[in-house]
Design a protein around this ligand. Structure first.
Ligand SMILES: Nc1nc2c(ncn2[C@@H]2O[C@H](COP(=O)(O)OP(=O)(O)O)[C@@H](O)[C@H]2O)c(=O)[nH]1
Ligand SMILES: [Mg+2]
Length: 245
């Protein structure tokens, strides 16, 4: 007989040691998220005070986050004052691509980490002129799981899904599409070559998040980019009004 729970020989034995480990793991995760939430609230207050509209771009690697940024920063140069934080495990490749547009950028390398957190973002923005900046774009580490749990102090998470990834991703990674306020379906220029069911993809996203806004675009062809720019302008305007009210 088990001395811990008294389960009979051959009965359904519970592994008490692994149960304890699970409780400990949960506690550490809770503490980590609570600390992150506190720092995210500090970031949010700072961004609101500066009337800064902040977006957190999340997706799997390769969906086109950096490409969307490159095109957006070039098309809206002279109209909107941007700054960009780039998150990747290694390299400054994306920061170099953004720097070529002339927009202030800072690369954060997370090493073994699979997401940005509020502490990294708080430090990352230190070199930017936050008063002059209207829109801070944060490109998160490519990962459809972990970034969903970490608030950075942003106004919205924007989930990018490209048509080469399959329409079922919102159902497979519901946490991410639930946390996002906007989904960008990118690379629609490739649709004629793929078996990607656009309507199904949108229905799946609304199944996990009935409120989610969805825009279809291609940063190659430029199709759909105007609607994205209108959404950005609206966000910047509402952020400055929110501070006044
Ligand atoms: N056909 C097509 N390819 C794209 C589009 N946007 C990005 N790509 C390509 O997708 C790949 C990954 O893009 P990247 O911006 O680095 O993705 P990230 O990892 O999400 O930042 C690159 O080869 C891009 O050229 C698009 O709208 N259409
Ligand atoms: Mg990138």
């Amino acid at each position: 007989m088990c001395t811990d729970c008294g389960c009979p020989p051959g009965g359904q034995h519970q592994d008490h040691d692994s149960g304890k480990a699970e409780v400990k793991t949960l506690r550490i995760e809770e503490d980590l998220l609570a600390r992150n939430d506190r720092l995210a609230a500090v970031n949010r207050a700072r961004f609101t005070e500066k009337e800064l509209f902040v977006l957190n771009l999340v997706s799997s690697p390769g969906s086109g986050k950096t490409s969307i940024l490159e095109r957006t920063l070039s098309d809206l140069a002279g109209e909107i004052c941007f700054a960009v934080l780039e998150g990747d495990q290694q390299t400054a490749n994306d920061a170099d691509r953004i720097a070529a547009t002339g927009v202030p950028v800072k690369q954060i390398n997370t090493g073994a980490g699979c997401h940005l957190d509020a502490h990294m973002v708080g430090h990352g923005v230190q070199d930017f002129d936050l008063v002059a900046t209207e829109l801070l774009m944060i490109e998160n580490v490519g990962n459809l799981v972990c970034p969903a749990s970490f608030d950075l102090g942003e106004d919205h998470k924007v989930a990018v899904l490209s048509v080469t990834e399959g329409e079922d991703k919102p159902l497979k990674y519901p946490g991410m599409f639930n946390a996002a306020d906007l989904m960008l379906i990118n690379k629609i220029d490739l649709l004629p070559h793929l078996r990607f069911d656009l309507e199904k993809c949108k229905a799946y996203a609304r199944q996990v998040n009935p409120q989610i806004r969805i825009l279809e675009l291609s940063c190659y062809s430029g199709e759909g980019m105007d609607a994205w720019y209108r959404w950005l302008r609206g966000g910047i305007q509402s952020k400055s009004l929110r501070r006044i009210s």
